[in-house]
Design a protein around this ligand. Structure first.
Ligand code: ADP
Length: 555
């Protein structure tokens, strides 16, 4: 709780729901601006679709989706075409209202002409998605996986994945969808909030059994059946990184609008809940991303009819406590300060040792001892109270006791804690994924031309300046055509009713215009090559312009 009237800033702000500024000028906030909007069903589907257009194979972990109502005609046409080309294809679709959660309002259909769909599309925007008919079953039941992911930083991108997660089970044995069983939610939907109401739900004291288990217990089972669990983990890591790569461009637009660069402001981190379904062939498929995953470690139990009590849930506790504990360890501002001081001391002492010509082994030993002593004097100097000073003295005494000074001296508050459950996956595997970050670079161009700080939309002048500075207009592409392109695309995106607060071109519309320009300029290449060629072309001209301005400035 942030007591009313508190003036001192905090190191960490842990908000319940979303990022809200409230004049936070420093520290770290546990939410990114715009994250809640970005992971809504429609926005997530759009962001993934853009990546599927560029890299269809890399992004085939997300079911084919259509956005309603605007893509309803497309949905009908595409399904008809696919059925024509493969008459044996008997698909099922799942309809999910935008902004819904916990299975709310979700239903299955067999055909686009289903009355439930046609009756509701105008009143409630939704995503309709191909239903995965052959999920992996355990004990004949469908289940999904909730994995916790820490987005520690956006720029540079830093991602951690929790080594364990939750598996949430259905409570009716699974059958492939037929017109008869389409309505059986306990068979098709894995949501805990729904299945808890089934008479078959099993609360278990053991993390390996019951309707909610640890993901590691499932992995053990799969491994004993001979499944390649290592490959499964690597596919999951890749799914998580690619999904975050799809979200970062727009998150950066929100970020610069809420926390302008160059001004004092907080930095952000966020724990996300990834919902993943394993197909029978062990391919992980992304269902959705949760910006505000439940961190409850209790569940409600009906003691007698109508009498409920909160009781501890060992499986939730096992997974979630570790995630929060390790998030705090990773974002701990004191840790960074400690590390910086230690690094600079070691550097200074190394220089000192080299100056005195100490040999390597000797140098290492002395440098550690000296560094600990120096650290003590520095700390003593900065102590403001007697208690702090005596604490520092105590620390120094421990540090210099015996030759194993290093261990005693760096007695960190983490000593005694279990090893980290969060595993860094980015930048660790950055090299493998950097070629996918094209839209990020398009977003950087967009942000450069936004002009007034605090906006998320590009005005017509900004768009014209972008075209001019990147030397994109020519005799076959006049400035009049540039204006028409701007108006056409902007009007269409704004008519989809995404955000009426500001007028102008949103990032998604800019990306569409950029793809159009790329296709026009580099005709016969695949889309991702057209786009990367245009990005390079723009970046080259902007760098030349910056250089010219720098020289003029100096002059
Ligand atoms: P909500 O936010 O309401 O939980 P989800 O997208 O997570 O919405 O869907 C709810 C449940 O429906 C999932 O937990 C999963 O069991 C099932 N589900 C969702 N999408 C699919 C799909 N494409 N194929 C098969 N099952 C799905």
């Amino acid at each position: 709780q942030f007591p009313f009237g508190r003036r001192l800033p905090c190191d960490i702000y842990w908000h319940g729901v979303s990022f809200h500024d409230n004049d936070i000028f420093s520290g770290q906030v546990n939410k990114f601006p715009g994250m809640t909007e970005m992971v809504r069903k429609i926005t997530l589907s759009r962001a993934v679709r853009t990546m599927q257009d560029l890299f269809p194979l890399e992004y085939n972990f997300y079911p084919r989706s259509w956005i309603l109502p605007e893509e309803f005609p497309l949905f009908v046409d595409e399904v008809r075409m696919m059925k024509d080309s493969d008459p044996s294809w008997k698909p099922t679709f799942i309809v999910k209202p935008d902004g819904g959660c916990q299975g709310d309002g979700i239903y299955l259909i067999k055909d686009p002409s289903d009355i439930r769909l046609t009756g509701s599309i105008q009143s409630r925007p939704a995503v309709v998605q191909e239903y995965i008919c052959k999920p992996l079953l355990v004990d004949k039941l469908k289940f999904d996986i909730r994995l916790y992911v820490l987005l520690k930083s956006l720029e540079p991108l830093e991602i951690y994945i929790a080594k364990d997660g939750l598996s949430r089970f259905c409570t009716e044995p699974y059958q492939e969808p037929t017109l008869k069983n389409l309505h059986q939610v306990f068979m098709h939907l894995t949501n805990y909030s729904l299945n808890i109401h089934s008479g078959n739900f099993i609360h278990s004291d053991n993390v390996n059994t019951g309707s909610k288990r640890t993901f590691s217990s499932i992995l053990c089972r799969l491994s004993s059946r001979g499944a390649d669990v290592k490959k499964l983990w690597s596919d999951i890591i890749s799914l998580v990184i690619k999904t975050i790569i799809a979200l970062t461009p727009e998150l950066k637009v929100y970020y610069q609008s809420d926390i302008p660069a160059g001004k004092p402001g907080p930095t952000c981190f966020q724990i996300l809940g990834f919902d993943i379904l394993l197909m029978k062939n062990l391919k992980p498929m992304l269902l959705e991303v949760n910006a505000n995953p439940s961190m409850r470690i209790e569940h409600e139990q009906e003691l007698s009819p109508g009498v409920f009590e909160n009781v501890p849930s060992p499986v939730d506790e096992e997974v979630k406590v570790a995630v929060i504990r390790d998030t705090l360890r990773l974002v701990d501002p004191q840790k960074k300060k400690r590390k910086d001081v230690q690094d600079s001391l070691l550097r200074a002492v190394s220089a000192f040792c080299i100056m005195w010509g100490m040999k390597d082994k000797q140098h290492k030993h002395h440098s550690l001892k000296l560094s600990l002593k120096l650290k003590f004097y520095l700390k003593l100097g900065s102590c403001q109270t007697l208690e702090e000073a005596s604490e520092a003295k105590e620390e120094a005494r421990e540090a210099s006791a015996g030759d194993g000074g290093e261990r005693g001296g760096s007695r960190s508050p983490e000593a005694g804690l279990p090893s980290l459950c969060l595993k860094q996956v980015f930048p660790k595997y950055a090299k493998q994924f950097s070629y996918l970050r094209l839209v990020d670079r398009v977003a950087a161009l967009f942000i450069r031309f936004l002009g007034v700080k605090g906006t998320t939309k590009l005005g017509p002048t900004g768009f014209r300046t972008f075209i001019r500075n990147c030397k994109l207009s020519s005799s076959n592409f006049s400035m009049a055509s540039v204006d028409i392109l701007y108006i056409d695309i902007t009007r269409r995106w704004n008519s989809m009713g995404i955000d009426h607060k500001e007028s102008g071109m949103c990032l998604q519309a800019f990306v569409e215009a950029f793809f159009c320009l790329a296709q026009k300029k580099y005709k016969s290449l695949p889309l991702h090559e057209q786009v990367s060629s245009l990005i390079e072309f723009c970046e080259y001209h902007l760098a030349a312009l910056d250089e010219k301005r720098l020289v003029c400035g100096r002059g």
